[in-house]
Write a new protein. Sequence first.
Length: 190
Amino acid sequence: MSVMVMDAPSAWDVLDGVNLPRGYRVEITEGKIIMTPQGEYQWEVIVEAAPQIRRQLASRGKALSDVMIDFPSSLYGYAPDLAIIAPGAERNSRGRFEWHSLEAVIEVVSKSSRDNDFAKKFHLYAECSIPIYVVIDPEDGICTVHRHPTGVGSYEDATEIPFGQDLVLPLEGRDITIATDTFPKAGDLD
């Protein structure tokens, strides 16, 4: 389903008062509301990674999954698969975190989200200077860690970590290590 979003202070404002169906991921890309069901592989990776991140963060930041984040354009409203919020970050007047509060974003690719995750989100997250953007691809069994955003839509470096090796996120003043040996590759689930 796709609907054009009118210019609003936050892309998410167009959804105020709308009852959205359960089990669907809702994001806004280039002014269009996009609703897709979450895939099983995505869910399995998130369920494996989220507790590892939360344990290591303790009180030094916050981990969120599929929670609305306000970006500087009313054409984009993303709710990352996993987002790491910087320690001390505060919510805005709408009760949401903003892009500059993000230390890292992790997106788990599905067939329906490949273009968004590898191109559109990559570009927006780099423009917003999000320090770390990780794309986890169950199809290929690879985690790609993008670091050092240029602010003009790309990252200076990328490192590929195959499933089975530890995924290390070098956050400000601390590292988060995510074991990937239990991440399912496409075709592994029955």
